[in-house]
Design a protein around this ligand. Structure first.
Ligand SMILES: Nc1ncnc2c1ncn2[C@@H]1O[C@H](COP(=O)(O)OP(=O)(O)OP(=O)(O)O)[C@@H](O)[C@H]1O
Ligand SMILES: [Mg+2]
Length: 317
């Protein structure tokens, strides 16, 4: 365990350094003090192995029915597909799950957010494009992200859009199948447009998470997605279900956001689960600029807390 992991463990529980010392003293029968915790957190001293083992996330038992494949999709741009998929992947991994994040967007924003070198990985033939277009498995192209694996993207992934052979929609599903026992969750960040890549995501997913902005529903991109979703459910993936809609960018202080959240709930909750909103929080953007997730950079932020509670819902799905 690194100092920063100890710090996020503590902050996520809303503990001060004194409280963490007290917790360790009770659990391990020691006499640690606040300055000791501080030295561990800043990296000035090594964290003893038993302290590390006690605080590290306990590996969750593997899901009995193999990896749950979760697509984050909406045909509207900028609603938070990438932000939520990367942050959810990170929080699931922190909770002890084996996670694969698949960046299925040729804009490769998830890859960039994590600071992974898209161009160099493309040269090394280690991107999703190489798995979908070439004779490689996804296991051959994944790279290790911060606590979870990532199938990275690159602008060339766009070339997959022109695949026209019968059954091309199933390529991603086919390539993910051998990994079912290797991961507990596969999180896929879909592109914003209704093309072949999005259809591949819909064909491969077991469940969809649909981020929407708190804005009028007719401009939320949802109509088009739901239309395509029902076709996919009839023709390509009869098992596909919507896990829920996540109102994102929600500003509880604005009356208009409160009204729009009410409209989203009134209109959608008969058909879909509407999760608690993820608040507007500048921590998302700032963490992204530092190639970090909100939980790693600002575990106490409202955004990090919302991600943690979304992840608890996903764990119980
Ligand atoms: N809850 C939030 N609070 C503040 N900023 C947010 C929030 N969610 C997302 N953002 C910001 O909004 C912008 C768009 O988010 P994001 O890239 O995740 O959307 P997207 O749906 O993946 O977009 P695209 O359709 O282009 O792929 C980013 O700058 C991101 O940092
Ligand atoms: Mg995106």
């Amino acid at each position: 365990m690194r100092g920063e992991d100890m710090r996020s463990f503590r902050i996520l529980r809303n503990w001060g350094q004194d409280e963490l010392a007290e917790h360790l003293n009770q659990a391990l029968g020691r006499k640690y003090t606040r300055p000791k915790i501080s030295r561990w957190e800043t990296g000035a001293e090594r964290i003893p192995a038993d302290v590390s083992a006690h605080l590290s996330p306990k590996r969750q038992p593997p899901r009995r029915d193999g990896a749950l494949v979760l697509g984050f999709a909406n045909f509207k741009g900028g609603v938070g597909k990438t932000t939520l998929s990367v942050n959810v992947a990170d929080a699931l991994a922190r909770a002890g799950h084996r996670v694969l994040l698949v960046d299925c967007d040729p804009q490769y924003n998830a890859t960039k957010l994590l600071g992974l070198p898209a161009a160099a990985l493309f040269e090394e033939r280690r991107t999703l494009f190489h798995a979908l277009e070439r004779d490689l498995g996804i296991a051959d192209v994944v790279v290790r992200g911060p606590g979870f694996d990532v199938a990275t993207s690159h602008i060339d992934l766009m070339r997959v859009e022109t695949r026209g052979e019968p059954g091309a929609e199933f390529i991603l599903k086919e390539k993910l199948a051998p990994l079912a026992d290797r991961y507990d969750f596969v999180i896929i960040d879909a592109p914003p447009n209704p093309g072949k890549l999005t259809t591949m995501v819909l064909a491969a997913a077991h469940r969809l998470v649909i981020p929407v902005r708190t804005e009028p529903l007719d401009s939320s991109g949802l109509d088009l997605l739901l239309e395509q979703l029902s076709q996919v459910q009839r023709r390509l993936n009869t098992g596909l279900k919507v896990l829920g809609v996540v109102p994102n960018h929600y500003d509880a202080r604005k009356a208009v956001d409160q009204i729009l959240l009410g409209t989203i709930r009134d209109n959608l909750s008969a058909k879909f689960r509407v999760f608690e909103p993820v608040p507007y929080d500048s921590a998302f953007g700032k963490a992204g600029l530092m190639n970090q997730t909100v939980v790693s950079a600002w575990a106490r932020s409202s955004g990090a807390k919302a991600i943690m509670s979304l992840v608890r819902e996903i764990e119980n799905a």
